[in-house]
Structure formats: C-alpha cells, structure tokens
Design a protein around this ligand. Structure first.
Ligand code: 5GP
Ligand code: ZN
Length: 129
C-alpha cells in the first residue's frame, strides 16, 4: 500500500495562500471564469496560445500531474467532462482541439496547481515543441 503523506493530504483539502490559481478560486485574483462547480473551475488563459485557450483546474490544490493518486479518478474525469462541454461551447469540436498538461521542469510547468490547457481554433503542430 502506498503511504499517504499527511502534509500532502492537508494541502489538497485546502486552498494554498501562496498559490496563484487558489487565488483565482478564492476570487482574490481576477480571471475570466467560464465554468465552475464544487470540484472544478475553468478560466481563460491570460496569455492565450491559440484562439481558444482555457485552463481547467481542480478546486483542490494538487500541485502537479505526478501528485495524482487513484483516488483522484473522479476529479480527473470531471475535468475531461468539463473540457468536452467547453469545447462544444467555444465551437471547436468539429475543427478539433488539444488538451495539454505540463508536468515539471522539462515540460515547462510554471504554475504549480494542476491545470489542463484546452487549446483550439488553429492548426497545431506535432510533435509538440
Ligand atoms: P504552465 O506553463 O504551468 O503549463 O501553464 C501556466 C499557464 O498559466 C500559462 O499558460 C500562463 O499564461 C497562465 N497564467 C499565468 N498567470 C496567469 C494569471 O494570472 N491568470 C490567468 N488567467 N492565467 C495565467
Ligand atoms: Zn493552488
């Protein structure tokens, strides 16, 4: 059985005062919020890399993809459900879209509150840079 770190667990259950995205969740940092429920919030990226660029994040402060555990299945599922709904709402279902999660230094993660980039509205390159 994997051990659960109690500090990590308490981080997850509360908003982090020094976290930018927790600040958005709390309403202390302004953002263009396009979706919110009890587990997930989505808002437009401040520096959009595509005509549609939305960040979808868990309300719980989970720092990065590698912090997810099997018990996070429902919130991750909810994030993908929200992504599908927003793709429909923002008119990128037929043209196609991409969901990106940067995890750690090599991937270029800059904000350490797990976030899923929903990108669409232009042709994307492959492989990603
Ligand atoms: P990362 O590089 O960690 O994968 O993605 C972080 C994203 O957060 C970037 O795309 C960046 O533009 C976005 N971002 C950084 N600060 C803010 C902010 O204050 N508000 C919003 N809406 N997005 C932000
Ligand atoms: Zn946070």
């Amino acid at each position: 059985m994997p051990r659960i770190d109690s500090h990590q667990e308490s981080n997850r259950s509360q908003l982090m005062s020094n976290c930018l995205f927790c600040g958005i969740i709390e309403g202390k940092v302004k953002a263009d919020v396009v979706y919110r429920d009890e587990n997930v919030i989505a808002f437009k990226d401040i520096l959009p890399r595509a005509p549609v660029h939305i960040l979808i994040i868990p309300i719980a402060h989970i720092p990065m993809l590698s912090d997810l555990t099997l018990s996070d299945g429902s919130v991750v599922g909810a994030i993908f459900g929200v992504a599908a709904k927003l793709a429909e709402q923002f008119g990128i279902v037929d043209s196609g879209y991409r969901i990106v999660v940067n995890c750690g230094a090599d991937a270029g993660q800059t904000v350490f509150h797990l976030h899923y980039h929903l990108l669409g509205g232009r042709q994307m390159g492959w492989p990603p840079g």
